[in-house]
Design a protein around this ligand. Structure first.
Ligand code: FAD
Ligand code: NAD
Length: 465
């Protein structure tokens, strides 16, 4: 090691960084991970995936009690919301999981350098006033909220908030305006809608959930509307001012036209996230970002500077925790001389609403651009388990190559779509055809049988529809 302090120094302890650090240490490399947050786990564990799922899960129970879903099953209850207790279980989940990463660091002998890192050279960084040299440096600094000009977030005031503020609201707002009909807007909008808030979602495009299959986007819109979320599509917010305890938003048609105003108790700004490289002093390492602010890497996650690597939200690709984790493992393995690979064509994405929305691979539109396809679709209303559980909404759709039958994409809306999609991802990873899925025995009665039936529908032969 000569004069190096570490074989691997990871900057950022989110799901990309902490996983990379643990894998590097497992492979026998002397490893440190720098992060200035009070707890490890990055956006995902502290203010992202985990706290949002804690609120989604709890509010789902409340909603089931309040909207008659429990009564349908013979359970008559009148729920009473204890919001402080709901927040307490969220905080508890975060504490448990972030503490778990600290335990794993100790167990694997990863040094946590407490502070934000800045490059001082190609193989050195400064953290909390001390300089460290490392043979390999992995940048895993993640992403932060994309600001909307004219709509200033102040999470402390709890009127115009970002996702972090929306997770922590001390009282249930009367009216919430969500700017952006993407994943965060729909998940956190759903949380507060379930607890009694009137939610209006303003989306710039002509449909919510861009990037997903068109059938999914359309059906999701219908389902959320039925649940009470109001959508203002093809509309942009041009500004918001706080007046007393309310915000007044100015809206305009996306294509231009007459402005209108809208009053809200809370405004959630959720128009996307952008790569975070502030304060890193990338220039000192000889690195630059691309036009989208991302750090470009090769397939092995090496940057243009030898010895510097990058993974997760800060590099191109979907901003998802599991993508960051897999890149962390592959990157550490590549540093150790192994062959770490991530198949970016098979990265599932899930929206944890009710029902859940999940997809992997190509949308029907993308697949058709590449060639001829066959599509099989099966409604959840035809699935015995979903029907029995009073969950009729949604469908599974399988898109296969017309000539080879190889599965190119799978999309589902179903109560447990996030769990169902794992089988589709694995099948695609193994190069499965729709026939392979159709002739795989699926346990009965499970929601996953809808995947088998959708595969059977590719050749026009589902049974239960
Ligand atoms: P991050 O998790 O952002 O971690 C980066 C870390 O780097 C941070 O802790 C930061 O403090 C640290 N850092 C930054 N600069 C420096 C520096 N100079 N020195 C040292 N440390 C630094 N994804 C999913 O897959 N599923 C979900 O359900 C999901 N839900 C989400 C819900 C919300 C509300 C949000 C906001 C995001 C959600 N995401 C979800 C996205 C997910 O959180 C990110 O894709 C994931 O956290 C990216 O991991 P990362 O390691 O690249 O970066
Ligand atoms: P997003 O990209 O999912 O959605 C942003 C939406 O805002 C888009 O529909 C976009 O068209 C719209 N928009 C952009 N500018 C607008 C404007 N001026 N007015 C109105 N609408 C506008 O972004 P997000 O929901 O903020 O989430 C950020 C990232 O976090 C996503 O990339 C996502 O991958 C990740 N995330 C994932 C999960 C999950 O996996 N379940 C959950 C939360 C967040």
């Amino acid at each position: 090691m000569a004069d190096y302090d570490y074989d691997v120094l990871v900057i950022g302890a989110g799901p990309g960084g902490y996983v990379a650090a643990i894998r590097a240490a497992q492979l026998g490399l002397k490893t440190a991970c720098a992060d200035g947050r009070a707890t490890l786990g990055g956006t995902c564990l502290n203010v992202g995936c985990i706290p949002s799922k804690a609120m989604l899960h709890a509010s789902e129970y409340y909603d089931a009690a309040a909207n008659g879903a429990m009564a349908k099953m013979g359970i008559d209850v009148t729920p009473k919301l204890n919001l402080p207790a709901m927040h307490a279980q969220r905080i508890d989940a975060v504490k448990g999981l972030t503490g778990g990463i600290e335990f794993l660091f100790k167990k694997n002998k990863v040094d946590w350098l407490k502070g934000y890192a800045a490059f001082t050279g190609k193989d050195s960084v400064e953290v909390a006033g001390k300089t460290y040299r490392a043979k390999n440096i992995i940048i895993a600094t993640g992403s932060s909220v994309t600001p909307l000009p004219g709509v200033d977030v102040d999470n402390d005031k709890q009127i115009i908030v970002d996702s972090t503020g929306a997770l922590e609201l001390a009282k249930v707002p009367g009216h919430m305006v969500v700017i952006g009909g993407g994943v965060i807007g729909l998940e956190l909008g759903s949380v507060w809608r379930r607890l009694g808030t009137k939610v209006t979602c303003v989306e710039f495009l002509d449909q919510i959930l861009p990037g997903m299959d068109a059938d999914v986007r359309k059906d999701a819109n219908r389902i959320f509307k039925k649940q009470g979320i109001e959508f203002k599509l093809k509309t942009k917010v041009t500004g918001a001012v706080v007046k007393g305890k309310k915000a007044v938003l100015t809206l305009e048609p996306a294509a231009g036209g007459e402005a209108e105003t809208l009053e809200a108790d809370v405004v959630l700004v959720s128009i996307g996230r952008r790569p975070h490289t502030d304060g890193l002093a990338l220039d000192k390492a000889g690195l630059a970002v691309n036009a989208r602010g991302q750090i470009e890497t090769d397939h092995d996650f090496s940057t243009q500077v030898p010895g510097i690597w990058a993974i997760g939200d800060v590099i191109p690709g979907p901003m998802l925790a599991h993508k960051a984790e897999d890149e962390g493992i592959a990157c550490a393995e590549n540093i150790a001389g192994q062959t770490g690979i991530v198949n970016h064509d098979v990265i599932p994405s899930v929206v944890y609403t009710w029902p859940e929305i999940a997809g992997v691979g190509l949308t029907e539109e993308q697949a058709k651009e590449k060639g001829e396809v066959k599509v099989g679709k099966f409604p959840m209303a035809g699935n015995s388990r979903a029907k029995t559980n009073h969950e009729p909404d949604g469908f599974v759709k399988i898109i296969a190559d017309a000539k080879t039958d190889r599965v190119l994409g799978v999309w589902c809306i179903a109560s447990v779509a996030g769990t169902m999609i794992a089988q589709a991802a694995q099948a695609m990873e193994f190069g499965a055809t729709s026939e392979d899925i159709a002739y795989t025995c699926h346990a009965h009665p499970t929601h996953s049988e809808a995947i088998k039936e959708a595969a059977m529908a590719v050749t026009g032969k589902p049974i239960h529809v």
